[in-house]
Design a protein around this ligand. Sequence first.
Ligand code: KIV
Length: 275
Amino acid sequence: MKNTVATFKAAKGRMKLSMLTAYDYSTAKIAEEAGINAVLVGDSLGMVMLGYPDTLRVTLDDMIHHCAAVARACQNTLVVCDMPFMSYHSGVLDAVKNGGRLVQEGRAQAVKLEGGRDFVQEIASLVRAQIPVMGHLGLTPQSVNAFGGFKVQGKSQAAAQAILDDARAVQDAGAFALVLEGIPRLLGEKISAELEIPTIGIGAGEKCDGQVLVWQDMFGLSDRQPKFVKRFANGGEIMLNAFKQYDQEVKNGQFPGISQSYVVECEEDIIKAIK
Ligand code: KIV
């Protein structure tokens, strides 16, 4: 099935949506083969691919570079690319120009941006420019300094109301879907029931219309283990064992064997003849 912004909207109430991050061609190819509905080229790449402590140093060029690699692997999987910190905060012109680069150079089919009522003009301008937008509310990582850390959001009545109001505003501005991150599960349920567009949860409970995870987290490749992550495999251990075995076999001469070597007819004669 070909996943598009239209199939995402149509899935609401009919089918749960799966989304995983991907930052490179090989991983995106596996996500596509697995039938994942959408891959997110998240600015989390700053942490899991580049080793930064947060997402704030990720540039538009970083996003374009990784998104183009991911897009080359995806025929049926919707490719959504994050707008990094400061690529849309200065106004609608920058938002459209930078969102346009993610589509033209990164081959993204939609962009995701963090923020609610403060960014409805940017969302509406992108949508007007025919760039589909996925919203992102709750524990929005680009606000780590404003939040004073990576903290669950929407815990008080006022904070929960603000997130619900933001969600309505993002929908009204034209977003086709909304990521809800790091909020109490009943708030995730309430927002999902209120909106007409699908919600994609990450630490927002089971009643969201879909779920997204950072692939290194669910595959057991990252050090961090937030409460909302389920490890579907111990990929770190699989890689470590393979790397250790390779190291040993190289050092003890077991690798490469004859089956990994090129053998040609009359090779010994040829070797003898060359000077
Ligand atoms: O950057 C990212 O990977 C994200 C997800 C955590 C939703 O925004």
